[in-house]
Structure formats: C-alpha cells, structure tokens
Write a protein that binds this ligand. Structure first.
Ligand code: MRU
Length: 344
C-alpha cells in the first residue's frame, strides 16, 4: 500500500481523505470524537473494515477528553449512528465497549488506543489471509484459461483504501499479481459516489492492468465471455449468506449466474452478522439525493460538483443492495472459502 488509510499520531490520528481522490492525495488529522464521526459520515474514510477501525479510533479520541462511563456511552452512540449498513462499525464498537468497560476510567484512553491498534493489526493479517485463499480461485481460473490473463470483474472499492491492509476483494488480485499470475480487472465506476475511480487509482498505483467501465456495461461483458470471475467485497453478510454490498452488486451477480460465471464475495468474518437472519433484515443506507443529481470531480485543481439534474428532480439513492445467497458461488474469508449456506 503506497499510503496509509488511518494511523495513530501522538494524541490524534491521521486519515487519507478519500473525498479528494483520485485527484489529490491529502491527509487529514482527527483530534476529537466529532472529527472521527464526521469523517465516517462524510465518507472521508469509507469501506466496512476502515469504517470499523475509524470508529475505534473515535472512541480513543473521546476517552482522551473524558473517560467516564457516560462519555464512553455517548461516544459509542455517536459513532454507532454514523452509517447504518456496514456491520464492522458495530463490531468494532462492541469490541471497544468490552475492552474498556473492565478498565478503570483513568486507564481507558491508553486501553482504547491499544484496542484500536489491535483492530488495525488484525485487519492487516485478515486481508493477507483473504488474499491467500482468494489466490487459489484465481489460480483455478488461470488453469482453465491457459495463456491469457485472468479477467476479474469487481465493483465499488474493496481494496486497500477500504481497509488497513491490502483490501478484501482486491487482496486476491494483489496476491495474484505478486505471484506472477497475469490478471486484468474490469472496474465498474459505481455511480453515484464513483468508488470505482478509487479502485482504478489503486490498481494503477500497483501496476495492475485494468479498464474502467460504466456500470451498465457489466452485463454485456459478462454475457460475451469477457469475465472469468466476479469478486466484490461486502458490508454485511446475513447469517443465511445473503450479502449487502454497494448498490449495483446484485445486478452483476444476476448477470454472472445467467452466464455461468462464478461470483465471489471476499470479506472478513467481522462482516458476517450472526444476529441478522436474512438479507431483508439488513438496514440499507439512503443517501442524499444530490449525490445522484450532481457529478463530483476536480476543476482547476479544486474539488467541485456540477449539476446534471435540477434540484427539484425527485431522487432515490439507496447506497447498497442485497445479493441473495443463491447467486453467490462462495464467500472468501480469512478462515477459508465457504459456501454461503455454511459460513464460519
Ligand atoms: O459506501 P462505501 O464506499 O463505504 O461502501 C462500502 C464499500 O466500500 C463497498 O461496498 C465494498 O465493496 C465493501 S467494504 C470493503
């Protein structure tokens, strides 16, 4: 990873501000609880595992100011309300609650930083294990397709920008590249927030062949046999294997199933929500309509938006969709590769 997405720095933390990418690499300092919650809500940090780690960081920042029981509860509540779909947020906050509730108040700030750093270290290891397991799938595809690169389609950004390590869906691609297995990646732009541009930027930094496509091109490419496998990340996997991921994932899974192309989810076990029986129980974030009415980019070196629809146009902007387990070939976790109906 050429840049760190999040790290502790003295009595604060530093994030890579993803709202500036792919045009500008800019760090931002988090000093207070509100900085962390604003960064999650405003998507300066994004991607389920990174959201979880940033929430843990937010608790540590809060404990530096006031480490009382009530301040801890307030921090957990504030951070828990930032984004609804990625379960890693709640997973990380539950870990912080467990770690801090048994520690005297005057030792909580340092205990919070320790737990935050453990979460970050574990995420790096988890990403590496997902990469190793997912590499087997790419090796299998390479065995079938012989002398040409393996063509992988992904959606959104589940690379190192979404995590602390090498990512989830992109970890097997990075592992393949490092192992000398030629890969080419179809990157869908992922309207309306265009996280595909982040994926294209990452892959370019790593020297991996890729092509950016409009979201609507995915079905044609899959039907034409130009995709060997699809791998996406996940924001929440229900106990029955139904999986919430960035909106548009479901359409790719449908096209893949219709054409006999394997469709994989790559996610850490912290993304599996045993308390959520099925996909219809997963809360789907509804975001601001201006994300659809406007296009965001860079003008004369400054981030800017242009309107593509008048402000009075009514908009629906669900940020995630749910792919039913029956369309998922397997789920790649740090513990191995599992059918969606037999999760670890
Ligand atoms: O809204 P975002 O950018 O936080 O969306 C989450 C994602 O990055 C994706 O859905 C991703 O595939 C899963 S998180 C590794």
């Amino acid at each position: 990873m050429p840049h760190k997405t999040l790290y502790r720095d003295h009595d604060g933390a530093v994030i890579l501000d993803q709202t500036q990418l792919p045009f500008r690499v800019a760090d931002r300092r988090l000093r207070r609880l509100e900085d962390a919650s604003d960064a999650i809500r405003g998507m300066q940090v994004r991607g389920a595992p990174l959201i979880g780690a940033t929430a843990a960081c937010g608790v540590a920042l809060a404990m530096q100011v006031d480490s009382s029981d009530s301040a801890l509860e307030r921090a957990l509540e504030t951070l828990g309300a930032t984004r609804p779909t990625a379960v890693n947020l709640h997973w990380a906050l539950a870990r912080m609650r467990t770690a801090l509730s048994r520690v005297p108040a005057d030792m909580r700030a340092e205990a919070a930083w320790t737990e935050f750093e453990t979460i970050c270290r574990e995420d790096i290891e988890t990403n590496a294990a997902i990469g190793r397991h997912g590499l087997d799938l790419i090796h299998q595809a390479a065995g079938k397709h012989g002398d040409r690169p393996v063509r992988v389609m992904t959606h959104c950004n589940a690379g190192w920008l979404a995590t602390l390590g090498h990512g989830t869906a992109l970890a097997p691609i990075y592992a393949a590249h490092r192992a000398g297995v030629p890969v080419e990646v179809w990157v869908s732009e992922t309207r309306p927030r265009n996280q595909g541009l982040l994926t294209a930027w990452e892959l370019r930094e790593e020297g991996i062949a890729h092509r950016l496509i409009a979201d609507n091109a995915a079905g044609l490419l899959i039907a034409r046999g130009e995709v060997d496998l699809v791998i996406t990340g996940a924001d929440r996997v229900a106990a029955n294997g139904d999986t919430a991921n960035k909106v548009g994932t479901y359409l790719k899974a449908l096209a893949a199933a219709d054409n006999g192309v394997p469709f994989y989810i790559a996610a850490p076990r912290s993304t599996i929500d045993a308390n959520c029986p099925r996909g219809s129980d997963i809360p789907i974030e509804q975001r601001d309509g201006n994300e659809v009415r406007q296009l965001h980019g860079m003008r004369h070196g400054v981030p800017d938006s242009i309107a593509i629809a008048p402000p009075e146009v009514a908009v629906a902007n669900p940020a995630f969709d749910v792919t039913p387990a029956r369309l998922i070939t397997a789920i790649v976790t740090e513990a191995g590769i599992f059918p969606p109906d037999a999760l670890p």
